[in-house]
Write a protein of this length. Structure first.
Length: 218
């Protein structure tokens, strides 16, 4: 678990504290397993790589703002990690922590990433969704929202993107808008795609469930 107190704690299966890891200069707001290691992201602009015993193996420096999210993409012959940041960039890393490329196109902080249909989709405060190939080349830009894009998820052959106005946009894999769903009156903070439905949680304290086939609220 990572915390605003700058530390990471490992726990055993019974909930007992095993060790406390220090190193980040500001709050730790995300952890991701990459092969046999754990990557942590922080407001201190860095990503740290830890082994299973809690030893810090590497400090990844490339961003100049808080690191908001990490996405791991596994393929048969490679694993890559994509990080999105307050600095408006998406960075591509290999599984060893080597910086491969910087994706520069967004004009404001990037909040969310998703691996969809052979590419990485990124959502930003600039209201746009960008679609990148795995090497970090921009494939297309989708301007479906009027507010900052908060979350992205894929369910079956549909992509659901949410924003700070509460709108959920449903589009096809090629980016064409199929439907706009209005249910939340305020920002959508989380999204979960299940077999036949997508669940969203918002600042309005509600959870809404959307039928994938008709994009109707239950």
């Amino acid at each position: 678990s990572g915390s605003g107190d700058k530390t990471i704690i490992t726990w055993d299966e019974e909930g007992n504290l095993v060790r406390r890891l220090s190193g980040h200069g500001r709050g730790v707001f995300g952890l991701q397993v990459v092969e046999y290691n754990v990557w942590s992201r922080s407001l201190d602009h860095t990503i740290r790589v830890w082994d299973e015993n809690g030893k810090c193996l590497k400090i990844l420096e490339g961003h100049t703002g808080a690191v908001y999210t990490l996405l791991v993409v596994n393929r048969k012959h490679w694993t890559r990690v994509y990080s999105a940041s307050e600095d408006e960039k998406v960075i591509v890393w290999d599984s060893e922590g080597k910086l491969l490329s910087k994706c520069v196109d967004h004009r404001k902080p990037v909040y969310c990433l998703a691996d969809i249909d052979g590419g990485v989709w990124s959502g930003s405060d600039d209201t746009r969704v960008n679609v990148w190939d795995y090497d970090g080349e921009l494939a297309r830009t989708l301007a479906h929202h009027d507010s900052p894009v908060s979350r992205i998820a894929v369910c079956q052959d549909w992509v659901f993107t949410t924003d700070d106005s509460g709108t959920v946009v449903v589009c096809a894999l090629d980016g064409r808008v199929q439907r706009r769903c209005v249910g939340h009156p305020d920002s959508v903070k989380c999204i979960l795609a299940l077999k036949d439905a997508v669940w969203t949680g918002g600042d309005d304290t509600s959870i809404r469930v959307w039928d994938v086939h008709w994009s109707m609220e239950f």
